[in-house]
Ligand binder design. Structure first.
Ligand SMILES: Cc1ncc(COP(=O)(O)OP(=O)(O)O)c(N)n1
Ligand SMILES: Cc1nc(C(=O)O)sc1CCOP(=O)(O)O
Ligand SMILES: [Mg+2]
Length: 203
């Protein structure tokens, strides 16, 4: 499958409702610290929004809810993957994206036959403390050569860095901070869409 080259991640439906109408085609809903009821409501609302805007939605972490609500795509980190019922995910027809930060984790990810593998952090990220040093663009080339599925790059990516990441071989650049901390996140989203247009046209 071909991924859109721009892959923003939002923390809730309210953020999705701001960004998706700008022309986002590939989005992750990454909810943290919410009640079970809120999680289900937010996933359902964001699924409806994305369906209305022809945007492929990836639900982070909550694979049980994604199955129940008939979502299309789930993202799991390595610990999430180890704890998840991979058979149930596959039987439900959910597409699967998996994080990786080392060669060992790349091997774990490939063994799960994912629909994309994410490599991070490409650059230093301020979003969360990570035990891995920034991987850099050379690592993207290495991961690209080792994979026969799409590659997502994540971590510290800005609109100015997006072209370098995509030129290095990533199929999509994922981003949180560069958008959600911008003074005008809607305008920043449009800048991202314009900056990644060349890779969209190739598809
Ligand atoms: C595209 C993408 N890449 C990596 C992650 C991180 O997943 P994980 O390590 O499970 O951490 P949390 O995001 O769940 O805190 C991601 N969500 N998306
Ligand atoms: C949530 C997450 N996971 C990463 C990984 O490397 O697995 S990096 C990251 C944060 C990405 O956000 P920002 O664009 O703000 O740096
Ligand atoms: Mg996770």
């Amino acid at each position: 499958m071909k991924l859109d080259p721009f892959y923003p991640i939002v923390p809730d439906f309210a953020w999705a409702a701001r960004l998706v109408p700008q022309g986002v085609r590939f989005l992750q809903l990454r909810i943290k610290d919410a009640s079970a009821e809120t999680i289900r409501t937010e996933i359902a609302q964001t699924m409806q929004l994305c369906a209305e805007h022809d945007c492929l939605l990836v639900v982070n972490d909550y694979w049980r809810e994604a199955i129940e609500l008939r979502a299309e795509f789930i993202h799991l980190g390595q610990e999430d993957l180890a704890a998840a019922d991979l058979g149930a995910i596959k039987r439900a027809g959910l597409k699967l994206g998996i994080s990786s930060h080392s060669l060992e984790e790349l091997g774990n990810a490939k063994a799960a036959e994912p629909d994309y593998v994410a490599l991070g952090p490409v650059y230093e990220t301020k979003l969360k403390k990570m035990p891995w040093a920034p991987q850099g663009l050379a690592r993207i080339k290495q991961w690209r050569a080792a994979l026969d599925c799409p590659l997502v790059a994540i971590g510290g990516i800005t609109v100015e860095r997006a072209a370098g990441v995509l030129e290095a071989g990533a199929d999509s650049a994922s981003v949180i901070t560069d958008i959600v901390t911008d003074q005008n996140p809607e305008a920043r989203t449009r800048q991202w869409i314009a900056a990644t247009e060349r890779w969209r046209e190739d598809r």
